[in-house]
Write a protein that binds this ligand. Structure first.
Ligand SMILES: [Zn+2]
Length: 449
């Protein structure tokens, strides 16, 4: 009997010792990884539920709105063997639209209530934890109203619109097909007024849908149409004969600067790699740069065309390339090729800030000037760059010398204008009358000092 008692008590002792060594002393916790105070229908709310010890036994997330309580997530987990850990972490992503039962919540305040239990020690002792957090559900899109009345735009051309948004707006602009243009505040036209310069790309149809859009912090979006007329433009087609001497003159120089492009087996293959994929890459780099544009007009009056220059190639020429009698490529030339004299001085077309000064693939030595509101001007194939990134520059100031760096057959200036990543026809920006009618007439007089 005594031996039996000693046996039982020592077994009990070992069991208690083991349990206390294995004791789960940490309560479960909740971390709100993403929980903005104002949410929309698609806003993500991310919670991470954790228990350091033996793991979670049950979790419950409930939506509390007024008198109602709806369970959104409810899970229980089986107890692990005493020497094991159970579910120690569970991450939950919720969005009001997909996650909440229809009609369970309406605009205004709601709470998310989290209740957690961890696996018990000795079947009895467990931790419970609960926490609630409030959210404001916003389902009302921002308000929009156009302030400018007429908008005429050509394929490859630009246009300006003035509109007003309600105070909750965090982003707005114009969308033309898949191209998104952002607007900039125009306080001179009053509270909530914005200006957006936008473009119809040379390869977009005049029937392309154009809307003014605005989005609030909760992700609600509003779109309105506006009065516009869009016109088609016939662009020129040109055939280009590629000679070995031309290819051999341009390919090695570009390859030396662009180690990231695939070198073809023959020099014509390398040329095609430069003419196609590298051209694409350079255009994406320019689009990236346009996001750094400042939110105000930096220029005044018409843009300058290079002095005494001859137009060698116009905007959006469709170029078909032939090599040894075979058609090898087709590209659109997005800019103007202007020739004056070899190593001629290149004047800046209008006031702005130098955004880029360096080698840019097919454009060789390049200067890109920011004119504000997403409008950039590019000067390519330069033999010399005479400005630095970040410096202010005025209309007519010399920024470099013409040359034939990059993909250039002879000494000339490649000039192009880019509106938020979309190449636009510089002819309009060179034309004082066009500027007056399309942009300046829509602005209050005191926009310019
Ligand atoms: Zn060119």
């Amino acid at each position: 009997m005594k031996r039996l008692l000693i046996g039982i008590s020592s077994l009990l002792g070992i069991f208690l010792l083991y349990s206390s060594w294995n004791w789960d002393s940490s309560p479960p916790t909740v971390r709100w990884l993403e929980a903005p105070s104002t949410v929309g229908i698609d806003t993500r709310i991310i919670l991470e539920l954790q228990d350091e010890g033996k793991g979670l036994q049950s979790i419950e997330v409930a939506l509390v709105s007024g008198e109602n309580r709806h369970i959104v997530v409810s899970e229980t987990y089986e107890a692990p063997f005493s020497w094991q850990q159970g579910v120690t972490q569970r991450s939950i992503t919720l969005s009001p639209g997909p996650s909440f039962e229809k009609g369970s919540v309406s605009e205004g305040t709601f709470w998310l209530e989290v209740r957690l239990r961890d696996q018990p020690n000795l079947w009895l002792w467990k931790h419970e934890f609960s926490e609630r957090r409030s959210f404001d559900l916003d389902l009302t899109p921002p308000q929009l109203q156009t302030l400018s009345s007429q908008h005429y735009i050509r394929q490859g051309g630009s246009e300006a619109i003035i509109y007003r948004v309600s105070e909750d707006t965090v982003a707005s602009g114009v969308q033309v097909g898949e191209h998104v243009f952002v607007g900039y505040p125009l306080p001179e036209r009053g509270r909530g007024a914005y200006i957006c310069l936008f473009a119809l790309a040379h390869d977009q149809s005049p029937e392309t849908t154009m809307v003014v859009w605005a989005q609030d912090g909760a992700g609600n979006r509003n779109e309105i149409s506006f009065w516009k007329r869009a016109f088609p433009v016939r662009f020129r087609s040109r055939d280009i004969q590629l000679s070995d001497s031309l290819i051999n003159a341009v390919v090695p120089e570009i390859l030396a600067h662009q180690t990231d492009i695939a070198q073809g087996e023959s020099v014509i293959e390398s040329f095609l790699e430069i003419n196609g994929p590298l051209r694409e890459l350079n255009h994406r780099q320019i689009e990236e740069l346009s996001h750094q544009s400042v939110g105000r007009l930096l220029w005044s009056g018409a843009f300058l065309q290079l002095s005494n220059s001859q137009v060698e190639s116009a905007f959006a020429d469709r170029r078909t390339y032939y090599y040894q009698g075979q058609k090898v490529d087709q590209q659109t030339h997005l800019g103007f090729d202007l020739a004056s004299v070899a190593h001629g001085a290149v004047e800046c077309a209008n006031d702005g800030i130098v955004l880029f000064a360096g080698y840019l693939g097919i454009y060789g030595n390049t200067v890109i000037v920011d004119h504000g509101l997403g409008l950039l001007a590019l000067y390519g194939h330069l033999s010399r760059i005479e400005v630095k990134e970040g410096q202010g520059i005025t209309k007519g100031a010399i920024l470099g010398r013409t040359g034939q760096t990059g993909l250039a057959a002879g000494d000339h200036l490649h000039f192009s204008m880019i509106l938020q990543g979309v190449q636009v026809n510089p002819l309009e920006w060179w034309d004082e009358r066009w500027l007056d009618q399309h942009i300046l007439a829509k602005l209050p007089k005191d926009t310019f000092e």
